[in-house]
Design a protein around this ligand. Structure first.
Ligand SMILES: Nc1ncnc2c1ncn2[C@@H]1O[C@H](COP(=O)(O)OP(=O)(O)OP(=O)(O)O)[C@@H](O)[C@H]1O
Length: 283
């Protein structure tokens, strides 16, 4: 029935979390549609992880509310657990188990066949490391295992906290393909990242957070357009021309015979990010 339809996969209203005097998350509201891919960007300490943990139902908010698939996440909702996938930090693995035993344990918790779990090891490129204990995996391998464990039960909504932070370029691109595939299959994905290219490549919409608040939430293209940044034209000899009239400038360069090797760059998501969050280091 239409009335029973879940409109948004995630609905967050006025979430706040305070540590002493610090408002780590400060009145955040957020709606994510079913099947949407959302990236959360923000400097260190912006509040991304705290926000995610409250939406996942892992952390009790001081105030505000969050629901996933139409169900409130706090107090912890057992009906939701099989429907969401949460990437755990590598330190949360069961001790002394091999990678295969680890993912089999997760599979058993969710009633998923072992063969399916083995397929996931394969998908994240860990088949050869199946017999290795988790403490003997590299940082990137442990991270891929944690992602496979989060996805083994084919959850409807997937939360990933900096999933590609420790990955080499190959593993990073492979994970992009994997996450795109999951999203194409209708799954809702929310990830935090420090990589602008990752957010730009994967996310339908990007939220930029700072000081516990979401400053903007829109498509990467709309965010870049709104910045109204000048175009940068880099010539083959390294000279950079910054202009608001790129067609005029390019015509002029053509007349001068200087078009070979020219690179034209409009604003990027990184420009938007720095414009909103500044350039100073964060604690
Ligand atoms: N358990 C805690 N006790 C006290 N302060 C905390 C706690 N957890 C987080 N904080 C503080 O809350 C703020 C937000 O932290 P959070 O981990 O959510 O940020 P983040 O955006 O995920 O950062 P990063 O990009 O570095 O992972 C930070 O200033 C952090 O020091």
């Amino acid at each position: 029935m239409a009335a029973d339809r879940v409109v948004n996969a995630i609905e967050v209203t006025d979430l706040t979390m305070t540590y002493g005097d610090l408002r780590a998350v400060d009145g955040v509201g957020l709606s994510v549609a079913e099947g949407e891919f959302v990236g959360i960007l923000g400097p260190n300490g912006a509040g991304k992880t705290t926000l995610l943990e409250m939406i996942e139902g892992l952390r009790k908010p001081d105030s505000g509310s969050a629901s996933v698939l139409g169900l409130p996440v706090w107090p912890r909702n057992a009906a939701l657990l099989p429907r969401i996938g949460v990437q755990l930090q590598a330190s949360s693995f069961f001790e002394r188990l091999t990678a295969r035993e680890q993912i089999h344990t997760f599979a058993a918790l969710y009633g998923v066949a072992r063969a399916h779990a083995d397929e996931w090891l394969e998908r994240v490129g860990l088949a050869e490391k199946a017999g290795a204990r988790v403490e003997d995996l590299s940082g990137g391998q442990a991270q891929r295992l944690s992602i496979a464990c989060a996805l083994v039960h084919d959850p409807e909504v997937v939360f990933l906290d900096e999933p590609t932070a420790a990955l080499d370029p190959q593993a990073r691109r492979n994970l992009w393909d994997l996450l795109s595939g999951i999203n194409d299959a209708g799954r809702t994905v929310v990830l935090t990242t420090h990589y602008m290219d990752e957010a730009e490549a994967l996310a339908d919409r990007v939220a930029i957070m700072d000081h516990g608040q979401i400053l903007v939430f829109d498509t990467p293209a709309a965010l870049v357009q709104r910045l109204d940044a000048p175009t940068r034209i880099t010539l083959a000899d390294g000279e950079v021309i910054t202009t608001r009239e790129p067609t005029v400038e390019i015509a002029r360069l053509a007349e001068l015979g200087r078009l070979d090797g020219v690179q034209v760059q409009t604003g990027t998501l990184e420009d938007v990010f720095l414009d909103l969050t500044g350039r100073e280091y964060r604690a």
